[in-house]
Design a protein around this ligand. Sequence first.
Ligand SMILES: [Fe+2]
Length: 128
Amino acid sequence: MAASLREAREELPPRTMEMHRALLSLIEELEAVDWYAQRVAASRDDALKQVLSHSLEEEKEHACMTLEWIRRNDSGFHDSLRRFLFRDDEEIAHPGDGAPAHARLDESLGMAPPGRAAAPAPPRPRCP
Ligand SMILES: [Fe+2]
């Protein structure tokens, strides 16, 4: 884990380290999903393909469990996941208000791009 840190370990508080563990774990679970998906696609043995498919689905569960922990511990992820997941409309990128979160943040900080007046950010749904 130390090799993946971008700041000195002693400078990082425990909550940052826990989030780092979770994010690394999510990356690893998603890599495993990709690897098993490739192995399932490439295998010519039906029995092995079935075993690998089982592992593939388990890795998806592991990724989702880890993402759920991240959601519960990071309000930014919580807000973005609530905004982007399980929507039935066709627009995947920036549904609803049409502006990415960073653009709304820029606007709320008065950092709108030149030629564009800064406007207050629209209200966002909050955690129950
Ligand atoms: Fe896993």
